[in-house]
Design a protein around this ligand. Sequence first.
Ligand code: FAD
Ligand code: NAI
Length: 502
Amino acid sequence: RAFLQHVGRVTLVTVVGTTGVFYYYTQKDKHPGAQLPFDETKKTLVVLGSGWGASSLLKTIDTEDYNVVVVSPKNYFLFTPLLPSVAVGTISPRSIIQPTRHITRHKKRVVSVVEAEAKEVDPVAKTVTVQDTSEIRGLVTERTIPYDYLVVAVGAEVQTFGIEGVKEHACFMKELHDAEVVQRRFMDCVETAAFPGQSQEEIDRLLHVVVVGGGPTGVELSGELHDFLSEDLRSWYPELASRIRLTLVEALPSVLPMFSKQLIDYTVSTFKEEKIDVKTGTKVKKVKADAVVVEAKDGEKEIPCGLLVWAGGNKGRKVSMDLMAKFPTEQKNPRGISIDDHLRMKGSDGSIFALGDCTFSQYAPTAQVASQQGAYLARVLKQKAKRDALAVEFASLQKEELLQSPNAERKEKIEKIAKQLEKQEKVRPFSYSHQGSLAYIGSDKAIADLPIFNGNLASGGVATFLFWRSAYISTLFSLRNRVLVANDWIKVKLFGRDVSRD
Ligand code: FAD
Ligand code: NAI
C-alpha cells in the first residue's frame, strides 16, 4: 500500500512534469525564431519535391552552407504509410501531413518555399522552370530559378499501363486527395445501395469493391476496408453489411511478391478468414464505369463493381522523364533516373542529384530508402560546402605564395589544407540500412519482414497491433502528427469511424 501511495505521488509529479515538457515543445515549435537572410556568397541548392526524400534532406541540411529553395506543388509532407487508414476514416487527412514551412522555418537560414510544379530542367544553363498550377494564380505564374546544385525528389505517379478506363473510372491510393475520394465514393456506393427500390443485382454491384494490385498498397487498403466493414458498417448498415464484398485482383501468381512465402501464405489465409476474395493470376484489361474486365486462366470476364481502386505500381513523372531525355546515352532505363552510388544523376556534370521513387537503382521504391537518401545527401552537401570553402582558401594562399615572397608559415598552411582537401574529396557512397518492412493486413494483424527472426515475423493479436502502431507513431514526422494520429486512434476506439459523406 505504501508503495502504491508513493507511486501515486510520483505519478502526479510525472504527469505535471510531462505536461510541462510537452507544452514547452509545442510552444517552441509554434514560434520559431528569426532566420538568417539569403547570402549571395553561398551556392544555391534547389530541391524539387516535399515528400519523403526531400523532407528528410531539408530536416538534415545545414542551411548555413547554402541558400535553399524548395519547389513542390504540395506545400506539405505526406506520411504515406497511413494513407489507407485515411481512406476508411480511421485517420483524419490532416493528421498525417506536415506543412513544409514547419520544417523550413526551423532552419538557421531562411528557406524559400515555392508552391509550384517543376516543368523543365535545363542542365546546361543550370535552371529550373517552375509553374504555379494551383487553383488561385497571380499575375506571375512561371519563374526560372537558377541552381548550383539540384536535387530531384519528385517521386513517381501511378502506373496505369495505358489500360482503357483506368484514369476515367478508377480511384487511386497515392495522394491525400485520393484517399479522401475513396472514402467519399465508398460511402456513396453504400448509401446508393440503400436507396429504396434498388434492384438486388444493382445492390450487389454497388457493394462490390475491387482493389487492383496485390502489392503492399493494395493489400493494406484491403485490410483497412475489411476493418471498416466488420467494425462499423455492420452496426450502421445491418441490412447491407453482409452483402459488401471485397476482391483483390493481382496479375502475378501471388500477392506481395517482395515478402517471403511464409508471410504471403499468412496474408492469403488471413484474407480468406476476412472473406476478401484474392484473385491472383488475373489481369485487368479494361475498367468501365460499372465493371472491370479481367483476363485469367479461364478466359476473359466482366465483374460488376461499385468502386475500383487502382494500386498498380509506380511510373516516372514527366519532369523526370524529360530530364532523362537530355542524357540519352546514360539515361536509358524507363523506370527512372539512373544514379551512381553518390546519388548523382548519371550523365550530369555532378550538379544534379536524384533520390527516392523518381530514381532507378538497386533499391526498392520505399519511404525508408528515400528518407535515408535524403539524410545522406544533406551530409554529402555539408562535406561539399566544407571542401569548397577549403578550395577557396587553398587557391588564395597559392596565389599569395606565387606573388609574394616565400613564407614558411604559409607553406605549412598550404600543405595542411591540401591534406584536408584530399580527405574531403573522399565522399562515402550511399549505403542503405534496411530496418524491415511492415504491412497491416486487417483484423489487428500485420506481417513484418525484419532483420531479426530470419526476416520473417507474421503474427496477429494485441502484440502485433501495438508493434505496428508504435512503429508508425515513432516514424511520424513531428510531435504534432503523433498527437493527432494517437488522438484519431483513440477517437475511433471510443466512437467508431465516421460514416457520413461530405
Ligand atoms: P514522394 O514522397 O512521393 O514525394 C514526391 C514529392 O514531389 C511530393 O511532395 C510531390 O508533391 C512532389 N512533386 C511531384 N511532382 C513535382 C514536380 N513536377 N515538381 C516539384 N515537385 C513535385 N514505403 C515504406 O517504406 N513503408 C510504407 O509503409 C509505405 N507505405 C506506403 C503506402 C502507400 C499508400 C503508398 C502510396 C506508398 C507507400 N510507401 C511506403 C512508399 C513511399 O511512400 C514512397 O517510396 C516514398 O513516398 C518515396 O519518397 P519520394 O520522396 O521519392 O517521393
Ligand atoms: P507494387 O508495384 O508493389 O504493386 C503493384 C501490383 O499491381 C503488382 O503486383 C502488379 O503485378 C499489379 N498489377 C499491375 N497491373 C495490373 C493489372 N493490369 N492487373 C492486375 N494486377 C496488376 O505497387 P504498390 O503496392 O503501390 O507499392 C509501390 C512501392 O511502395 C513498393 O516499393 C512498395 O514496397 C512500397 N510500399 C510499401 C508499403 C509497406 O512497406 N507497408 C506499403 C505501400 C507501398
